[in-house]
Write a protein that binds this ligand. Structure first.
Ligand code: PEP
Ligand code: MG
Length: 315
């Protein structure tokens, strides 16, 4: 019965009362792009460009990058493709973007901080993205990783604009950016919550350390509070906010995130059907009530169970 229900609900994501929630794919390269584009998704919410260059010894040229991005964009036609500029450092080191040993790489010059230290790398990437967008006619939107301040967001948006790209955004994955989302998002066109790093930095728990997985649970009330703060800042700034961390693929949490005001969810494309089905069964007001229940819980298990019990028996 569940398989039949999954197959029956198709097309753009929406709650039972028709509130749209875009359902997007996370991808890491050309092959992923081809697989995801063949699925019923509204586009890409996170293209992790650093994945393409993990084994590259030297910085890829603009021409090499343009060719790869062209092959990533083409399968999506007119659908949106949100591209994250190189998120190098910490758990994703790149040989050609290495600033030397650091005591605490996760707290060091990674993501946008590395782009600020090596702006020529960012400019080459933006030039290639603009050329590939032009060649394919794709709806390309570019966002920066590891942004902490409004000044960083403004610096990035200026560079994206100078490259001739139309839309600049930032990942909200550092608590500082979530708490100041109104100002940070005021400097750009959109935001996307990276709940993997947001949990890591909110809970001060290394995401690479399996023993800490309980602390890294996105249902942790403190993580939900930080997400709620970001959503209210986005609302005040009048800017769209999505989620592209693993949490977006949890159907139950997707309802809570929607209730908190998130307007798009990006995940492994295999997870989209279950999230679409969950959304289609609940009105926006119900999602808002579920979000309230999750926020008042004392711990992650209680939050999950309370929300599950409130919507039983469908999930
Ligand atoms: C995140 O941090 O939640 C995210 C989506 O980015 P990554 O997992 O690539 O750091
Ligand atoms: Mg991240």
């Amino acid at each position: 019965r569940r398989d039949a229900a999954l197959a029956e609900v198709r097309g753009p994501g929406a709650t039972a009362d028709g509130h749209p929630v875009a359902l997007l794919a996370n991808i890491g390269g050309v092959e992923d792009a081809e697989l995801a584009a063949a699925q019923d998704v509204e586009g890409v919410g996170l293209f992790r460009t650093e994945f393409v260059f993990l084994s590259a010894g030297a910085a890829p040229t603009v021409e090499e990058q343009t060719e790869i991005y062209r092959r990533v964009f083409a399968p999506f036609g007119a659908r949106r493709v949100v591209v994250r500029t190189l998120d190098a450092g910490a758990d994703k080191p790149l040989a050609f973007a290495d600033l030397g040993e650091e005591e605490n790489p996760a707290l060091g010059r990674r993501g946008l901080r590395l782009s600020q230290a090596r702006p020529e790398l960012l400019d080459a990437q933006l030039e290639a993205l603009a050329a590939a967008a032009e060649a394919t006619g794709a709806d390309v939107r570019v966002m920066a990783p590891m942004v902490a301040t409004a000044a960083e967001a403004r610096w990035f948006a200026e560079r994206v604009g100078s490259a001739g790209l139309g839309s600049a955004g930032v990942m909200i994955e550092v608590p500082a950016a979530a708490l100041r989302a109104e100002q940070v998002l005021g400097a750009v066109d959109f935001g996307s919550l990276g709940t993997n790093d947001l949990a890591q930095y909110t809970m001060a728990a290394d995401r690479m350390q399996g023993e800490l997985s309980d602390l890294l649970d996105p249902w942790q009330p403190a993580v939900l509070d930080v997400i709620a703060a970001a959503a209210s800042g986005a609302r005040a700034a009048g800017k769209p906010l999505g989620v592209c961390g693993e949490s977006a693929g949890d159907p139950l949490l997707a309802l809570v995130l929607t209730g908190l005001g998130v307007g798009s969810l990006s995940m492994a494309s295999s997870k989209v059907p279950a999230v679409r089905l969950a959304l289609s069964a609940h009105a926006l007001e119900e999602c808002e009530r579920l979000a309230e229940l999750a926020l008042i819980a004392e711990g992650p298990e209680e939050a999950r169970e309370t929300v599950r019990a409130a919507i039983a028996p469908e999930l």
